[in-house]
Design a protein around this ligand. Structure first.
Ligand code: C2G
Length: 742
């Protein structure tokens, strides 16, 4: 047996799948896996034992102690392989990892492979995850990351001994002190056993640090494979499933880091001077970023405890490392060696204020946020001021629009209205129109009492006491949302945490139907007021007489009289983007064919999602295809449409209010459902219209509409009952009475 792969495991079944799969696909299969269950639930252990794998796998239960150190030690004791490799159950290997390391292992005690951090599981990682990681600047966490503070790292020469080269590379390339781990390194088992290299079990967070330094400093038989072999997965749900590094247990972490530093200083000292300097550089960075700032927020008792321990480290930092440190770091260390926690905290505070001041003076954006935080949110709350925003200021639309109109009609003169709107637009009632992120925007966001938004507020938003936040959201979701998502590819990797924090500010959340009410509670982890009222944006779909309004809208758009209207309103694709919030769209409908086959009877209204920046060129379809992408409110487009074509967009839940026919142009169904998102409903079962994959099928369906309507009648009724049952044209009224009526 060449390698024993040692995998500590603690209940996270979702992650271990990828880990084991990556082993099953190794190009060299001469290994055993030892999974050590660290106080797992019995059923989970049983499921793991029953799991069919193609390689030898032993599942053990940790019998002595707890935590990753104890689990790995148990793994070492039960291993058979010539080499050991530590793999965490939430991580995975490149398929050629073992082969690459084994190839170079002859005569070595240690073969060091590079690691890369990723936010994604294997499927997404190998699809577009690497690109997303780069976009999310996870790149700054990869092994090649470096920042200004690392400039003091010792130089490595090409003809240096391999061990010092590898050691310094390892220290330098890990962004944080805690990033120095024993993961993904092939270690000769006899070397470990003879020297009794076991993990120290009384460390909870930092056991890897002394371990990896110890094994590296006791041999010069070490070689590096200069490619990424190990994928370290960052957890996208720090609220429910934090990784060790995401747990906030600051004091313990700091004390452990200090202890680890004192331990490893002993190990590296008799070795190369440069190894010591490398460690010191990392520690300085850790001290400046983590330890000293702790004194600002911690209790006096905790500060003193950490201070006492940190004081043992500071005199040990080598002159060379200090000399190379940044100016502020040097001064902070000097101050810390002479002064107490209060003075250190003062210095950190002053430094941070200076940095803020610098930012405020050099960046308008920073200046506005500063004023918002320090001035506008401290002013008297404007009791009768209401702010509205729809789709991040892109248009005058959606539920905020209808709540605004209802308020104006029924409470004239009672409130002052502010509309966040990026385009110039004449509003039907008096309101101040302000652009997003201007000075005026921050001013009103700071002072207003009421907020009516259909999306998320900025992350720096401060919920003031006495203010009222009405979140309408913007659709019944088909695509999984927030805490129901496994992978987050369509937003920032920490989307779940961000939404969690943002939704704590919501006083009211609107649910258009029971399904949403239940889903929103779960997917936002929301336990505030749920307004089970239906959507204000759909009120106009329940007008008794729609003809006058329809004629007005058709007039606005220049739709020829006597033509029926097909509305095509697709959603956006997570993986087709130019940059953050800037999505591409490729029209897959063949308009030429449609015009030829349907042009006598129909016109087509194309409506792209608000994230799409590509604009459609419809010049050659004059009189047949109309671009309504910039039109404010899609509900008005529903009203004039005879047929809706959509895909995975929430628009169909709303359109169903009209009980008109719907077709689903789902040409990329498998990718969208399987890789990009994941759906809440069984589309094959529930959709109230056919899923179609080509323009020809769409044309056929439109020509045979009565048949399709008859075929889907039953499904449509069930669908209507489930998703539109609460909508009766009075949602705005019910919401206004609940929120403003008090
Ligand atoms: N929309 C639109 N035009 C489109 C697509 C959508 O005007 N071509 C509007 C509709 O009001 C729709 C809303 O944007 O209900 C949300 O669009 P989705 O396609 O469902 O996508 P997304 O913005 O990701 O929202 O709970 C809803 C989910 O959050 C999905």
């Amino acid at each position: 047996m060449k390698v024993s792969v040692i995998i500590p495991f603690h209940n996270e079944e979702r992650y271990i799948e990828d880990c084991l799969e990556s082993l099953a696909e190794q190009t060299v299969q001469d290994f055993e896996a030892i999974v050590i269950c660290d106080h797992c639930e019995k059923e989970i252990v049983a499921r793991l034992r029953e799991k069919k794998v193609t390689f030898p796998m032993t599942v053990l239960e940790l019998d002595d102690g707890e935590g990753v150190a104890a689990a790995r030690n148990m793994g070492i004791r039960n291993s058979q392989g010539e080499y050991l490799l530590f793999l965490d159950s939430d991580d995975y290997l490149e398929v050629y990892a073992l082969e690459s390391m084994i190839e170079r292992s002859e005569g070595q005690d240690i073969v060091y492979g590079r690691r890369r951090r990723t936010w994604y599981g294997r499927t997404v990682y190998y699809d577009n995850g690497q690109q997303l990681d780069e976009q999310n600047s996870a790149a700054s966490d990869t092994e090649d990351a470096e920042d200004a503070e690392d400039s003091g790292m010792p130089e490595i020469m090409e003809n240096d001994a391999e061990w010092i080269r590898v050691f310094c590379h390892m220290v330098k390339s890990n962004f944080t002190f805690s990033g120095l781990t024993a993961l993904g390194i092939l270690i000769r088992r006899e070397y470990v056993i003879e020297n009794e290299f076991f993990f120290e079990e009384d460390y909870k967070y930092f056991t890897d640090l002394p371990y990896v330094v110890r094994i590296m400093c006791n041999t010069d038989k070490m070689i590096e494979v200069r490619k990424v072999l190990y994928l370290k997965r960052k957890h996208n749900d720090p609220i429910n499933m934090p990784s060790l590094s995401q747990i906030s247990d600051e004091k313990t972490k700091l004390l452990e880091a200090i202890r680890a530093y004192l331990d490893i200083k002993e190990m590296v000292k008799p070795h190369e001077e440069r190894a010591e300097k490398a460690i010191d550089c990392k520690f300085i960075k850790y001290y400046v970023r983590k330890i000293a700032p702790f004194y600002i927020t911690a209790s006096n008792e905790d500060s003193q405890e950490v201070y006492k321990e940190a004081a043992k480290c500071l005199p040990l930092i080598t002159k060379g490392a200090k000399k190379k440190a940044m100016h502020y770091s040097r001064r902070l260390i000097r101050c810390s060696m002479k002064k107490g926690t209060e003075r250190i905290a003062k210095k950190v505070r002053r430094h941070s204020s200076l940095q803020t001041l610098r930012r405020v003076l050099t960046s308008r954006a920073a200046c506005k946020k500063y004023l918002y935080r320090k001035v506008f949110t401290k002013m008297k709350l404007e009791e009768n001021m209401v702010i509205f925003e729809s789709f991040f200021g892109r248009n005058y639309s959606d539920s905020p629009r209808y709540i605004f109109e209802y308020l104006n009609e029924h409470y004239p003169g009672k409130y002052k209205y502010i509309w966040i709107l990026n385009k110039k637009e004449k509003l039907p009632y008096p309101a101040k129109r302000i652009k997003r992120f201007t000075f005026r925007y921050f001013y009103y966001m700071g002072k207003a009492k009421y907020f009516v938004l259909n999306g998320r507020q900025p992350r720096y938003f401060i919920k003031r006491e006495g203010s009222v936040f009405l979140e309408t959201w913007h659709g019944t979701p088909l695509k999984k949302l927030v805490f129901d998502m496994d992978e987050v590819t369509s937003a920032a990797p920490l989307y779940k945490k961000h939404v969690y924090i943002q939704s704590r500010s919501w006083d009211y959340l609107v649910a258009p139907n029971k399904f949403c009410s239940e889903t929103f509670r779960r997917c936002f982890m929301y336990d505030g007021n749920m307004l089970e009222t239906g959507y204000p944006r759909n009120d106009i779909l329940h007008l008794e007489d729609k003809s006058a309004l329809s004629a007005e809208i058709k007039g606005e758009l220049g739709i020829p009289e006597g033509k029926k209207v097909i509305l095509y309103a697709p959603t956006w694709r997570d993986d087709e983007f130019y940059g953050s919030g800037q999505y591409k769209f490729t029209l897959k409908l063949d308009l030429e064919k449609m015009q030829k086959e349907l042009g006598d009877e129909y016109v087509v209204l194309l409506r792209t999602h608000y994230f799409i920046v590509d604009s459609l060129d419809l010049t050659s379809f004059d009189g047949f295809a109309f671009n309504a992408s910039k039109y404010d409110d899609i509900a008005r487009l529903y009203l004039i449409s005879d047929i809706l074509i959509t895909d995975y967009s929430s628009v169909f839940f709303d359109y169903a209010n009209l009980k008109r026919p719907m077709l689903f142009f789902t040409y990329d169904l498998e990718k969208y459902r399987g890789v990009l998102r994941g759906f809440y409903i069984d589309v094959e079962e529930e959709l109230p219209g056919p899923m179609l994959f080509t323009t020809e099928e769409i044309i056929d369906a439109i020509k045979n509409l009565p048949q399709i309507e008859a075929d889907y009648k039953e499904k449509y009724d069930v669908f209507y009952e489930k998703y539109c049952g609460w909508e009766d044209g009075n949602s705005s009224k019910k919401i206004v009475e609940a929120v403003f009526g008090k």
